[in-house]
Write a protein that binds this ligand. Structure first.
Ligand code: SAH
Ligand code: SF4
Ligand code: F3S
Length: 436
């Protein structure tokens, strides 16, 4: 057996791709290992969304260069591959800056890895694949070899929205939905391998549209698969939240009442400069309609602070929107200039210290909402899907419908099942309870 080490950065779609790459290399004799030392092949599955994410890759490549040299000294070979969004965006630059890299493969071309490995072994040169043959990719991937209790399943890729700050339309290409039959088949295979929850993935997952199927219909079909108890989907764009999907939150009991609906900013001027194509009040009204369909739905979001031109009043409007909506949890980031995007050349870039102060203020507010939301669950009975044994012996860990981790002292036989849990207390990152 050869050893394969895959390191994943970035979003859930990268995590899905990493699993697919491992499945693809298994027939070639590669088995996964969780340390890079001594591996026969190392894949860095990279993210380009913010500057820091991309820079991490180059420092990791520096460390791997030494491991690769050590392996060569012992007469072995370590193949080094860079996959993901940095590969797509900076393929040529990677081989120039890091000549120790053997393979560069974009997110739409990784199905060609087996053939690329053969070419790299023959030529000893760099092999680069960054085309966009999206249709071909999914057809050439293997059935899942294994599955966790909660499994990712990519249903839609790419983005046509071109928000002015974002690299995704350039790294992942244009919006493309997979055929529903292929998705349902994959969900069934995952269920057979032990999945009880399916998380449908897409850069704009609620824009899913293929053969007359939207996301609501897809969720319904997946909900009928034996063994599947829960369905989630992420990430959604406010503009693509259709009536049928909103209605599904009221009508499909397998669809979890938890929705990641990024708004980025609460200021109309900033939303417009970002090219989000909706106003803050459109978002407020949308949330009202979603809550009318499912009153206990919890919301999460992404925010960017310090977008070019963001004034104190704009930032206050973001805080105002957060107060109005009330989030269960949320991600927030300082605006990061990305090469080639329109926002990177906008005048009135915001100084770093202002960005830092705004991020701090926003995160304080979001954290207080998160604690308030978690505290509101104490005393309630919630259905928990148990996923694994916890670090503390005698305990198992599962998740509420709202994705909160819950620790319960009970038998490991409950793993992979949903059971009612009375929530007794909250610690910083987890809830604790007893079987009800
Ligand atoms: N498709 C999703 C987002 C995908 S990227 C959507 O439209 O909401 C994930 C998150 O990264 C974004 O929601 C945004 O908050 C953040 N992000 C993207 N580009 C960024 C940049 N240049 N600087 C800082 N944060 C960024
Ligand atoms: Fe990026 Fe905007 Fe597309 Fe989301 S919708 S992936 S933020 S361009
Ligand atoms: Fe990053 Fe690419 Fe995902 S840039 S967030 S890995 S789509």
């Amino acid at each position: 057996m050869k050893k394969l080490f895959v390191k994943t950065y970035g979003c859930q779609m990268n995590a899905y791709d990493s699993a697919k790459m491992a499945d693809l290399l298994a027939p070639l004799g590669y088995a996964a290992t969780d340390v890079p030392e001594g591996a026969d092949m190392v894949i860095l599955n990279t993210c380009h969304i913010r500057e820091r994410a991309a820079e991490k890759v180059y420092s990791e490549l520096g460390r791997l260069k030494q491991m690769k040299a050590a392996k060569a000294k012992d007469g072995g070979q370590m193949l080094l591959a860079v996959a993901g969004c940095v590969a797509q965006a900076e393929g040529q630059e990677i081989v120039a800056r890091a000549p120790q890299v053997d393979l560069v493969v974009g997110p739409q071309s990784y199905h060609r890895l087996p053939e690329m490995i053969a070419r790299a072994a023959r030529s000893q040169g760099h092999v680069l694949e960054t085309d966009f043959p999206a249709l071909e990719k999914f057809d050439s991937l293997n059935a899942p070899q294994s599955s966790g209790i909660s499994a990712f399943l990519t249903v839609q890729e790419g983005c046509d929205k071109f928000c002015t700050f974002c690299v995704v339309p350039y790294t992942r290409g244009s919006e493309h939905s997979r055929p529903p039959q292929a998705i349902v088949t994959e969900a069934r295979q995952l269920a057979e391998k032990g999945a009880r929850e399916i998380v449908l993935l897409g850069q704009n997952v609620n824009a899913y549209d293929c053969d007359g199927w939207g996301l609501a219909k897809l969720c319904e079909a997946i909900g009928e698969i034996e063994g599947i108890k829960r369905i989630r989907y992420t990430t959604s764009h406010p503009r693509d939240m259709g009536d049928d999907l909103i209605a599904a939150h009221g009508g499909n009991p397998k669809l979890m009442p938890y929705l990641h609906l990024p708004v980025q900013s609460g200021s109309d001027a900033v939303l417009e400069a970002m090219n989000r194509q909706h106003k803050a009040d459109d978002y407020r009204r949308l949330v009202e309609r979603i809550r009318a369909a499912r009153s206990d739905i919890a919301l999460t979001s992404d925010f960017i602070v310090g977008f070019p031109g963001e004034s104190d009043a704009d930032f206050e409007a973001t805080l105002g929107l957060v107060r109005d909506i009330g989030y269960a949890t949320a991600f927030s980031f300082k605006y990061s200039k990305r090469p080639g995007t329109p926002a990177s050349t906008m005048r009135k870039q915001i100084p770093e210290d202002v960005k830092a102060a705004r991020l701090d203020a926003l995160q304080k507010l979001l954290l207080s909402q998160q604690y308030a939301f978690d505290d509101s669950q104490v005393g309630k009975v919630l259905p928990v899907l148990f996923e694994k044994t916890a670090r503390e012996t005698g305990q198992i860990m599962g998740r509420t419908p709202y994705l909160q981790p819950v620790h319960v002292k009970t038998d490991a036989a409950h793993i992979s099942q949903v059971a009612d849990v009375r929530i007794e207390r909250r610690t910083a990152n987890s809830l604790h309870g007893v079987l009800a």
